[in-house]
Design a protein around this ligand. Structure first.
Ligand code: RIB
Length: 309
């Protein structure tokens, strides 16, 4: 079966619940503080692995306690970390997360996440990837290295998935290296200038991205589910969000994207992977934390999830 190769971030999340978000200059008392492994890249790796994919991680952490814990957590769920660099030049990435009423605000210290260069990523890809594998990346690592990874993976015949989170502008020509882009409303507006507030907006945004060269587009719409455009001119497919009690939304999007990657590697159709991701991320929001909240394939199966079409 195809593997999922992820170039992405690894952060230690320091996360605290507040009754409301603090104002500028204000100090609030919080509660339910947790320290737990996170980072969009690593969360997506955990999701894809728990959902049954064989996953390889390309990343960097500091030679410190947080770095050791992040690598150990990935290895414990079966992710191949032989291409995770440990560097004493910088510290491990950290995310400070304030949670309130099911929402969150995140401040990142990138640390080692910006350490790997384009050459490092290309070298690692040649060491671990095969044509037909899936390459998945996001926006928390060095921008040039991310684009180089997409370009090389695409040239090597991998199926490339970009989750531009956080979003940052990208040169138009880089879109041709992207087979599938998965993004939320805010990321979509930043990446293509169109805010997808309704189905027509989603269609316009997807068409714009497809004109730029990307093949498939999935737009996530929070409680409204997600909408997918497999290829230019295709009818959109919609998947609803599950109605669940929200404990913490951290890593819900990462779970969904991990499922898209694992689903493609397992030969699922786009809409099937979207429905699987929707069922999996509904379980993630029901638990506190990032990686510790991500479900296994058996837990998702137990929900009786079904593909909508
Ligand atoms: O998507 C959630 C993740 O974003 C957190 O785990 C945090 O580390 C930030 O990268």
């Amino acid at each position: 079966m195809a593997r999922v190769i992820i170039f992405g971030s690894m952060n230690m999340d320091l996360s605290i619940e507040c009754d409301r978000m603090p104002q500028a200059g204000e100090t609030l008392s919080g509660h339910d503080f947790i320290t737990n492994p996170g980072g969009k890249g690593a969360n997506q790796a955990v999701a894809a692995s728990r959902l049954g994919a064989s996953v390889g991680m390309i990343a960097a952490v500091g030679a410190d306690g947080f770095g050791n814990e992040l690598v150990a957590t990935l290895e414990a769920v079966g992710v191949d970390c032989t291409k995770v660099t440990r560097s004493s030049e910088t510290s491990t990435g950290v995310a400070i997360i304030v949670r309130s009423a099911g929402d969150n605000r995140i401040v990142l210290s990138a640390g080692a996440n910006h350490l790997l260069s384009s050459e490092d990523v290309v070298r690692a890809l040649h060491a671990v990837a095969e044509p037909g594998d899936v390459f998945l990346t996001q926006g928390e690592c060095d921008a040039e290295a991310t684009l180089a990874g997409l370009h090389e993976a695409h040239s090597m015949g991998l199926y490339t998935i970009l989750n531009p989170a956080p979003a940052r502008p990208m040169p138009d020509e880089a879109w041709a290296d992207v087979d599938l882009v998965c993004l939320n409303e805010t990321e979509c507006e930043l990446m293509c200038g169109i805010c997808p507030t309704d189905e027509e907006g989603c269609l316009k945004a997807a068409s714009r991205l497809q004109e730029l060269g990307v093949r498939s587009v999935v737009i996530t719409l929070g409680s409204e589910g997600s909408i997918g455009f497999e290829a230019a001119g295709d009818k959109p497919v919609r998947v609803g969000a599950h109605k669940v009690e929200i404990v913490d939304t951290t890593a819900a999007g990462d779970t969904y994207i991990g499922a898209l990657a694992a689903g493609h590697a397992a030969g699922m159709s786009l809409v099937e992977s979207m429905a699987w991701g929707s069922a999996a991320s509904a379980l993630t929001v029901g638990k506190l934390g990032a990686q510790q909240a991500i479900p296994t394939a058996a837990e998702v199966e137990a929900t009786g999830w079904k593909c909508c079409s």
